[in-house]
Design a binder for this molecule. Structure first.
Ligand SMILES: Nc1ncnc2c1ncn2[C@@H]1O[C@H](COP(=O)(O)OP(=O)(O)OP(=O)(O)O)[C@@H](O)[C@H]1O
Length: 267
């Protein structure tokens, strides 16, 4: 690693957000190393979107700090943070074709036409859709729209790409295919992806690390294998595997602990 280059693309330190009496995020701390795929997995209402919106700059934290590439971004507006976000419904502009959708952010940044043309064609090659530049958005399949939404962000060279349940609107078969594809795209761009979902299989298949979120807090951060094989809490065990918890009653104990034998959790 180069001297002075920050070890982490993103650091959140004791990050909290209150909406009046609702404590949506209650103080979470984590670091994301450069170029990794990090998922935040948790049930509806646990605070995932609020956390993401704070990182993107759409919500101001009530407490804590957010650092991107080692620098605090508190008070920096969304368009001045080098973070881009893909929304569940993708938010592609229907009145613009593929080329214009991807070029839009570069045009707003005052990039020259020649440079825009080169960058748009380069990103279309990288997402393996070199021939769709002139297509209208309604002429694309669901998976192609997904890739164009990612290309539209990646053409701006963000430090971090946030993905808010982007597979949610797709049918089951396409979701399965897109899980693999998203991981390949992340590898191809070598950019940090932060992915929020309530679907455990999405998080486990794609991620280098997963944070399990519950009621505004992270219960555990680990690799998919760590979470699956060594869950630290009953919530994590229940959320990551669907039948790796048993309940039982201790009927007798002689105080030596010898009456218990640990059985490996399995599904
Ligand atoms: N603008 C707001 N004003 C008041 N309460 C809010 C606001 N935004 C979120 N909340 C509350 O904060 C909590 C966390 O919401 P959040 O949307 O972050 O959860 P989530 O995990 O993303 O849920 P989902 O998966 O359903 O989108 C919820 O109790 C929600 O009602």
């Amino acid at each position: 690693m180069k001297q002075n280059s920050p070890a982490y693309d993103l650091e959140c330190l004791d990050l909290a957000k209150n909406f009046g009496a609702v404590r949506a995020v209650k103080g979470v701390s984590f670091n994301i190393p450069s170029g990794s795929f990090f998922s935040i997995l948790g049930p509806s209402g646990c605070g995932k979107t609020t956390l993401m919106r704070m990182i993107a700059g759409f919500e101001e934290p009530s407490d804590g700090d957010i650092r991107i590439k080692g620098k605090s971004v508190l008070g920096v507006p969304p368009n001045r943070r080098n973070v881009k976000m893909v929304f569940q419904h993708l938010a592609l502009f229907p009145m613009m074709n593929v080329y214009e959708n991807i070029a839009y952010g570069l045009r707003c940044a005052g990039v020259s036409k020649t440079h825009i043309r080169r960058k748009v064609h380069d990103v279309l090659e990288r997402i393996a859709l070199p021939d769709v530049a002139e297509r209208e958005i309604h002429q694309l399949s669901g998976g192609q729209k997904q890739r164009i939404a990612i290309a539209r962000c990646m053409v701006l060279d963000p430090d971090v790409l946030l993905l808010d349940e982007p597979l949610g609107a797709l049918d089951l078969k396409l979701r399965e295919a897109m899980k693999i594809e998203l991981k390949l795209l992340q590898h191809q761009f070598n950019t940090t992806f932060i992915y929020i979902t309530h679907d455990q299989s999405e998080a486990l298949v794609m991620s280098d690390h997963v944070a399990i979120m519950n009621q505004g807090l992270f219960e555990q951060i680990g690799t998919p294998q760590e979470l699956y094989n060594r869950p630290k809490t009953a919530f994590v065990a229940g959320f990551v595997g669907d039948s790796n918890r048993w309940s039982g009653t201790v009927k007798a104990s002689d105080g030596t602990g010898g009456g218990w034998r640990r059985t490996r959790a399995c599904r």
